[in-house]
Design a protein around this ligand. Sequence first.
Ligand code: SAM
Length: 227
Amino acid sequence: MGPADTTLVDTPAAASSPAHSHGSAPAEVAFPKAIRSFVLRAGRTTSGQAKAVQELGPRFVLPYTGQPLDLMAAFDAAPVSEEQPRPTILEIGFGMGDATAHIASLLPQRNFLCCEVHVPGVGALLKRIGEQNLGNIRILAHDAVEVIDHMLPLWNASEPQIGLDGVHIFFPDPWHKKRHNKRRLIQPALVAKLAARLKPGGYLHCATDWQEYAEQILEVLGAEPLL
Ligand SMILES: C[S@@+](CC[C@H](N)C(=O)[O-])C[C@H]1O[C@@H](n2cnc3c(N)ncnc32)[C@H](O)[C@@H]1O
């Protein structure tokens, strides 16, 4: 990993996980390690990506704070009106960001909050942001599950403008071996968390090319009462 990587990867939240905050407790017994939907792959960051991280990272990469995120401030974009911020779409796992940049360029009135843990992918999306002059993307280079848990508030009727208008999960890792299925992102617990953060009328868009995962996704989404 290059220097750009060390500034971006704050991901596995070792310091914040219960297993690490209880000294010498037998973590695997008392505090089972979280099952994550990714493994951090070593990947080469190109010089173009590293340059994009250096130059554009400070504006477009948001720090993982573990505190509720002020979306209006994060995007520093003019709201539609004082009460109505621009619609916000959460994307989980944008990979190299090709689809993300394309969609954001087609929908300039919407804001895209995008989570990815793969550092070269973060660099690649930043590069596209620069090339296409996109102002409506912000990146969190962190585990989306922790971002959802700690930084995205639940939708509530007393502040109806705070919430997500949509969620994009495109081609999540299929984890096709039976023993790895538990790592799949689309599980009832995560879907319930997303549904609780969507505004009424919001959408959840999942795509996969893995038949058996598609069937699981349909089953999980179909069983979520808020959707
Ligand atoms: C199979 S790739 C798909 C990438 C992209 N959406 C596409 O369609 O090309 C899945 C991506 O999700 C990312 N990912 C998996 N779990 C994640 C999580 N919990 N938080 C953030 N990113 C995650 C992985 O790093 C990987 O880049």
